[in-house]
Design a protein around this ligand. Structure first.
Ligand code: NAP
Length: 283
């Protein structure tokens, strides 16, 4: 039976570390770290995420500046706001909550954020730095997954790692981080033919798809570390991951639950990135 990786506990310890460092910066250098969070429109899920980010800022002693813009905001107006935030010394990190309304081009908006304040690490400059292993920020969800794997004491070097999903924000950077730690990495996606066979070879399996219970126990190698990034809302309103927890936990050595696994880590790593941004801006 697998041990459950407690994302709430690991994220709490990351936030404690961040809060302690932020307190020192405030006391010794008089720096008040600030994160600007921009939300456009009324998407209820986005609203929840933004509120959680605000709460996390309060918990670690950061200031949060929220910009809740109307659905009808034009791309130009949003770019003007980002320009102001890029030049505002009180703002160390800028986060634009995705998705944006259809009339706004996400790429244009992400590219407008100063790479030094891009705490989501979505800007092409930061993505490129991740490729060459010289990064200031790591994208929050994959960085959180690395912390969770680390918390199990599992050595990644030399292990067969399988990442299911190849999105720019989760799957691809996830694979790159595992590769930087000398894992032997396979990336699967919707066109992958023999998913079960590939998964059965994984010592470390990361599922980032968005399909409830796609990965079942019979696809998991005995003793594997299983990380479930998926967040799927079932018809009954319950949240579940991409991994069928009951059957998978019979085979895995460690497994993350949904909720309470990767989710809390994403926000903790956002706090860590904002602290890093503030420190780098001091240099
Ligand atoms: P995405 O952009 O929709 O990417 C999904 C990926 O899964 C794609 O690469 C897709 O392949 C692949 N895929 C789809 N069906 C598949 C199948 N049957 N077999 C194998 N691969 C398949 O999603 P995302 O943004 O990466 O997010 C993935 C999941 O993680 C979602 O549930 C999301 O809500 C969750 N998430 C959670 C957090 C968190 O903090 N916990 C953060 C971010 C995302 P193609 O490329 O071929 O289409």
């Amino acid at each position: 039976m697998a041990k459950i990786i407690d994302g709430k506990a690991v994220s709490a310890s990351v936030k404690e570390e961040v809060a302690a460092e932020a307190a020192v910066l405030k006391e010794e250098k008089g720096i008040n770290i600030g994160l600007a969070v921009v939300i456009v429109g009324n998407d209820p899920a986005s609203r929840v995420y933004v509120n959680n980010k605000k709460k996390a800022c309060e918990a670690v002693g950061f200031r949060s500046f929220e910009y809740a813009l109307d659905e009808s905001t034009t791309q130009e107006q949003l770019l003007d706001l980002i320009d102001v935030l890029n030049r505002d010394d009180h703002v160390n990190g800028i986060l634009v909550q995705l998705p944006l309304p259809a009339h706004i081009d996400e790429k244009t908006v992400i590219n407008a954020i100063s790479p030094e304040k891009d705490v989501d690490a979505f800007h092409p400059v930061n993505v490129g730095k991740i490729m060459i292993g010289e990064y200031a920020f790591l994208p929050c969800t994959p960085a959180g997954v690395m912390k969770l794997i680390e918390s199990t004491g599992t050595e990644i070097s030399g292990k067969q790692c399988v990442v299911i999903g190849r999105s720019n924000i989760v799957g691809k950077p996830m694979a790159m981080l595992l590769l930087h730690k000398s894992g032997t990495v396979t990336i699967c996606h919707s066109k992958t033919k023999n998913l079960k066979e590939i998964c059965l070879g994984a010592d470390i399996l990361v599922a980032a798809v968005g399909r409830a219970n796609l990965i079942t126990g019979d696809m998991i190698k005995e003793g594997a570390v299983v990380i479930d990034v998926g967040m799927n809302r079932l018809e009954n309103g319950k949240l579940c991951g991409d991994v069928e927890f009951e059957s998978a936990s019979q085979k895995a050595s460690y497994i993350t639950p949904v909720p309470g696994g990767v989710g809390p880590m994403t926000i903790a790593m956002l706090m860590r990135n904002t602290l890093t941004a503030a420190k780098n801006q001091m240099k």
